[in-house]
Design a protein around this ligand. Structure first.
Ligand code: GLY
Ligand code: MN
Length: 473
């Protein structure tokens, strides 16, 4: 964990932002995988981790803003636990490491909250995503499931977003560590992307790199020759020359900060002309939209920079036609680029998405577009120094979407459908980096991962690299 002053300062800031009431942070419990004692790999709640730092199941953190007191509720381990898990620190000792003096057994939480409610204190809690937390909240607050699901505190959500969206130097260093692990995952994926290899071999290998160098992957690996399916988790294809392979994968560090990187490479290691032409459109999109990033601008503008680059590139190939700005204004690019340019990143790979995408990605002056494709943009609002976000343009040939748009006669002034038909076997290309917004611009985080045509081809021709854990810690 970080040093305890970091957590004390975060809680102090939260108290200032929230002003009054009791903020309740539900830590996660172990979650059963296929029977109770066989659990998923434990993952602490990211908000709990941010304010309380303790990476163990069975804790609830409480900040009593009205009385300026902070608590950890949780039970000490008994002898049975120690037999199976070894000697464990006392809850009070763990809490002291993050600057908390008050600890109580979990059984006391209900009367503590009940007492606060009876004194008229507002109990703030965040949206929940696990059924067990919902049930626990219904019992603590005396509310129904529906009331708990709709009753999260907007004041607490806004306060948490305001603090967590600005990453401090320690968090940025952690995210860079996660990107450096992704460097090895992605360069390994490139070098393995040869005809005859099953996608699963590569997905399994790079997941292992994440586990060996940090923690689990930050989201289930997307790796496929069928990159036109945006979140493709099927890894059963045998790689074929002439196809491209998308790898969208990131790692979590031991402190649970994420990376989220995508690269697309030609199976076999050499781009053919058709692949290179589409690739360059996406490469120009990531390079130019990243170059435009600076505080004070809305991220939605960067999305449209990328969209224009995709249209320009597709016009050069003859897949699109007409005026670039007009094509983007009506949304013709969304046939090929039907998702947003990026999202916030932090401990959650889509940072804080569980609090509500609009609270995180939009503000009073930036309303989410209702246009197909553009509506998926998770981050549209004005950028501030300290934001960490992804830049991930793509270009896809999705046969069902091509048939739909063509059948509806959509964008006939901008799309050469006859030529597009000949690309239905192409798949898709996405390229993604993780970027910090700085005081006067931006910085692409981590060791640069090959993305130009020349760098990708050179990397694919090199032997695989085996790195020792020591160099990552
Ligand atoms: N890396 C997957 C996503 O951003 O949705
Ligand atoms: Mn992403």
């Amino acid at each position: 964990m970080f040093k305890k002053e970091v957590y004390i300062e975060r809680r102090n800031q939260l108290k200032k932002e929230l002003g009054s009431g009791i903020a309740l942070f539900m830590g996660n419990e172990e979650a059963a995988f296929n029977y109770l004692a066989n659990t998923y790999h434990f993952r602490q709640d990211s908000h709990f981790l941010y304010f309380f730092g303790l990476d163990h199941p069975g804790f609830t953190g409480v900040i009593d803003v009205d009385n300026d007191k902070e608590y950890i509720f949780g039970n000490d381990f008994d002898i049975e636990d120690i037999i199976w898990m070894g000697v464990q620190p006392k809850v009070a000792d763990m809490a002291a490491e993050v600057g908390i003096e008050n600890t109580s057994p979990m059984n006391d939480l209900s009367s503590f909250i009940g007492n606060g409610i009876s004194k008229g204190q507002q109990i703030h809690f965040l949206p929940t995503y696990r059924g067990t937390s919902v049930i626990q909240l219904t019992e603590l607050l005396g509310k129904s499931i529906v009331e708990v699901k709709s009753g999260a505190s907007v004041d607490l959500i806004k306060a948490v977003v305001k603090l967590k969206e600005i990453k401090d130097e320690y968090e940025i260093a952690e995210i860079e560590k996660a990107v450096d692990i992704a460097y090895l995952m992605h360069t390994t994926s490139m070098k393995m992307a040869m005809p005859g290899v099953v996608e699963q071999e590569i997905a399994g290998t790079i997941e292992g790199i994440s586990l060996a160098l940090g923690g689990p992957v930050s989201f289930p690996i997307i790796l496929s020759m069928d990159g036109q399916t945006l979140h493709n988790h099927y890894h059963g294809n045998i790689l074929e020359k002439g196809r491209m392979m998308v790898t969208d994968a990131g790692a979590e560090t031991q402190l649970h900060y994420a990376s989220d990187i995508t690269r697309t490479v030609p199976v076999g290691g050499k781009f053919n002309t058709r692949q290179k032409d589409v690739y360059l459109a996406v490469l120009n999109a990531i390079v130019n939209s990243t170059a435009a990033i600076k505080p004070g601008l809305r991220y939605r503008e960067m999305h449209f920079v990328a969209a224009r680059e995709i249209v320009k590139g597709l016009k050069d190939i003859g897949l699109m036609k007409g005026d670039v700005d007009d094509a983007v204004a009506v949304g013709a690019h969304t046939l090929f680029f039907p998702h947003g340019l990026g999202h916030m990143m932090g401990m959650d790979v889509h940072d804080m998405e569980g609090l509500g995408e609009n609270f995180v990605g939009y503000d009073e002056n930036t309303i989410r577009s209702e246009q197909f494709g553009t509506a998926y943009l998770r981050l549209g609002k004005e950028l501030k120094p300290g934001f960490v976000l992804t830049v991930e343009p793509g270009c896809y040939f999705i046969p069902a979407l091509i048939d739909k748009f063509r059948g509806e006669g959509k964008f006939l002034d901008f799309i050469n459908y006859d030529k597009v038909e000949t690309y239905k076997d192409f798949g898709g290309i996405r390229i993604e980096d993780d970027v910090l917004v700085t005081e006067d611009g931006h910085r692409v985080l981590g060791k640069p991962i090959p993305k130009t045509v020349e760098d990708v081809e050179r990397t694919m021709a090199e032997p695989r690299e085996f790195v020792k854990l020591e160099s990552y810690i």
